[in-house]
Design a protein around this ligand. Sequence first.
Ligand code: G3P
Ligand code: MG
Length: 235
Amino acid sequence: MDIELPKLIAHRAGAGLAPENTLNALVSAKQNGALWVEFDVMQTLDDVPIIFHDETLARIAKVPGKVADKTFAELSALDADIPTLEQYIQKAAELKLGINIELKAPKSKASLLVKQVLSVLTQYWNKTLPTPLISSFPVPNLIALNEANCPYPIGLNVNEWSPECVMLAKKLGCYSIHVNQQYITPSCIKLNNENNLKTLAYTINDTATAQKLFEMGVTAVFSDFPNLLKGINLK
Ligand code: G3P
Ligand code: MG
């Protein structure tokens, strides 16, 4: 399966220009030229899939506690603009943005989250929109995608790249590996390419690093700044 990825994917829908993972960030990403956005999905205590990155509420909502211990009603009462997955997919579709959905479920909820994500996509993701890319760090989420016969390409997220990651990504039928940019080397890209895996790099907020990574053979970079490559002559 091949998809057309742009050079830049707005990380957390463009966390550098708007509050991360919010509906406003989607609008801002679009206004600032993003073609694709990445965002994180996890479940509340009562299993509502929401768009949120951290395990805890401290950084974003300035209150103590874990997201997984709160109901959707409790989270909605906070001053944090936390959208549901359904709202997010609908808005991204309306804005015609490509999407990379990053699954952040624990093992016990992986199958349910996959079911929820695939169901929302079936409901709202029009076939004329770019094919979504679904990724995750925890392997159980990727296994659950395979078990659900996910019709979309999948990506393995890793921090440090190693040859073992390539073997794992192949075993999981991945389309891409998403690597912390500081661990990307020419030999990493070579082995990924030899195994027909695209290399995506996170999180790049300066053009010189982006340029260097593209020269090395990286397919796309995740950036907090949707407009990072505006006016840049890419080699
Ligand atoms: O998917 C790329 C990147 O978002 C992975 O790291 O922690 O920002 O979700 P994180
Ligand atoms: Mg993410």
